[in-house]
Design a protein around this ligand. Sequence first.
Ligand SMILES: Nc1ncnc2c1ncn2[C@@H]1O[C@H](COP(=O)(O)OP(=O)(O)OP(=O)(O)O)[C@@H](O)[C@H]1O
Ligand SMILES: [Mg+2]
Length: 295
Amino acid sequence: MTPDLMEEGTRRREAYAQKLAAASATESGGRQAAFSRVLKLGEPDFAHGVALYLDDITVSFDGFKALNALTLQVNVGELRCIIGPNGAGKTTMMDCITGKTRPDAGRAHFGSTIDLLRLTEAEIAQIGIGRKFQKPTVYEELSVFENLELALAADRRVRASLFSRLTGTQLDRIGEVLGTIHLKGDAQRTAGLLSHGQKQWLEIGMLLMQDPKLLLLDEPVAGMTDEETERTAELFLTLEGKHSLVVVEHDMKFVDQLTQGRKKVTVLHEGSVLAEGLLSDVQNNEKVVEVYLGR
Ligand SMILES: Nc1ncnc2c1ncn2[C@@H]1O[C@H](COP(=O)(O)OP(=O)(O)OP(=O)(O)O)[C@@H](O)[C@H]1O
Ligand SMILES: [Mg+2]
């Protein structure tokens, strides 16, 4: 590469880093909130095997209870699918976990020591909870590799020097994540040219760069082709165990693939847990059938 090309690359990436810093003022806390991870808050304690514990959480919007005494536990390394009809409160639940919405009542713990309700949205992201929104928000003009590189920026201080040189460990980590998200052959491709599914995987890869303990995925396969959906299920199954995953999805074939006939799913309805159990069991549960049919 010629020096001026390299300079141009550096300039372009610095401009993005600045844009990124400015994004922290957005509703969701911006990239900074989603991907930064500064452990000044102390490491969460997972010795008891619990990753997430929601206890009696209630969220009201003008008197309407979007969540109504919701209690839910997700264990370390568990992949939990959450299903439920539209308006059941699934997204609101994720908003509470990530600090976007404050509950009126209840408790929310990350591990056994971290009280999520005392942390800001940015702090929650920093402590190891990554959230994937439905719409992919990758940096379209940057390459796949550069997107992952940006996500690596652990904090503002690191970000200033980020693009000068990557350490071997950082390069290894990017390589590992590229493999996990099936984009190794596309590392130098401009992200904007990826398919919808590949963009979703890239965004998941960006979350993975921070090695989150808990990943929240809201309708991750919406808009994907059947093949992309299947590959996403495979991807999530490889993440299970290394991370805890909470997956909200309407696509039952996908949920079936994720649960493999042996994992528990949770059915939410009117802000509470309506049923919990194997997918085949809850699908035959009379109460569940009724709410899905809208009777
Ligand atoms: N900011 C808000 N203000 C008022 N009502 C809200 C707000 N956010 C959510 N709600 C309401 O709370 C209920 C739960 O919404 P939520 O988005 O959590 O449902 P959901 O289970 O994610 O549904 P879907 O499957 O359609 O995504 C809905 O009735 C919704 O209209
Ligand atoms: Mg939703």
